[in-house]
Design a protein around this ligand. Structure first.
Ligand code: NAP
Length: 267
């Protein structure tokens, strides 16, 4: 079996370093290079924490990396601006992106979808790789058919750059597809402190909590006459995301289209 040749962007990050562990410990994966804007020109084993990983060059820029290395898949776990540039550039070089970076705009997603269609190449953008979180979103979509009143409360560590989380936005989109539209709350409700009712998506409310000590958590709270339903998922560490990254890499190799959300490739 041919190994999947993989490049990881953002290897020193909390997610990226877990992805390095995943790729280097998976028999049929081959880590051929990493992209790290601070350590270009070195080898990965010269970077603290990676001393045991040999023969993996570090590039500071994706274009040079892709011109030099023949890769199958790019795993991106960086920041929204860089992640979009990386995904677009990878596709230009016929490399399939698996992107966990969150904060992509609707326009970004549409642009990537068009490139994938033109190039007949697979690309997976997954706001949440944790299988439990994917199920939480699916269960929420099921519940949305019966409950129009819903509040999404997402909780993350305080170093997260984007709010609301990609998972919260994706959950709202999925509920929206099954829910009868409704503007929630009292028609005359008024915020006495700006933002008290959170962000709005299609009449639903999304609340973002940021605290040290948290990793990635979300509660979807439905209410109707005399009852509430809570669906909650908690990721306690970044390893919780890696089984999803593995599934995404294996699947992207068989795809010739753009996929947004891991739930679309799970049976
Ligand atoms: P993090 O620890 O801050 O890691 C981001 C890494 O990207 C850092 O090492 C950063 O380096 C690096 N970086 C920045 N610009 C770069 C560039 N031009 N080239 C290469 N690397 C660059 O963040 P994280 O917690 O790992 O999260 C990374 C992304 O994944 C975020 O968007 C987060 O929301 C998302 N996320 C997704 C999931 C999921 O399941 N899909 C789960 C958790 C997090 P410096 O620190 O030196 O700038």
């Amino acid at each position: 079996m041919n190994k999947v040749k993989i490049i990881i962007a953002g290897p020193r990050g909390r997610m990226g370093s877990e992805a390095v562990k995943l790729v280097t410990s998976t028999e049929h994966f081959d880590l051929i290079a990493v992209i790290d804007y601070k350590f270009g020109g070195r080898m990965l084993n010269e970077i603290e924490g990676f001393q045991r990983i040999h023969n993996v060059p570090v590039y500071s820029e994706i274009e040079t990396c892709l011109q030099t290395e023949k890769a199958d898949v790019l795993i991106d776990l960086t920041t929204p601006e860089v992640g979009m540039y990386h995904a677009r550039t990878a596709l230009q070089y016929n490399v399939r992106p698996v992107v966990g970076t969150t904060g992509f705009s609707k326009m970004d997603l549409e642009e990537l979808e068009v490139i994938c269609r033109e190039k007949e190449l697979g690309c997976i953008i997954a706001p949440n790789f944790a299988l439990g979180a994917v199920l939480m979103m699916k269960f929420s979509q099921m519940a949305g058919k019966y409950f129009s009143d819903v509040e999404i409360i997402e909780l993350h560590h305080d170093q997260k750059l984007d709010a609301p989380s990609g998972t919260a936005v994706k959950t709202a989109e999925m509920i929206s597809a099954s829910r009868t539209p409704k503007k929630q709350g009292h028609p005359n409700e008024k915020e006495t402190i700006n933002g008290a009712r959170g962000a709005q998506y299609d009449g639903m409310h999304i609340h973002s909590v940021r605290l040290p000590g948290l990793v990635a958590h979300q509660q979807v709270l439905f209410g109707s006459d005399g009852q509430t339903l809570s669906i909650r998922h908690d990721s306690y560490n970044r390893a919780s995301f890696m089984s999803g990254v593995k599934i995404a890499v294996d699947n992207v190799m068989k795809l010739d289209t753009f996929v947004y959300g891991l739930e679309n490739i799970l049976e």
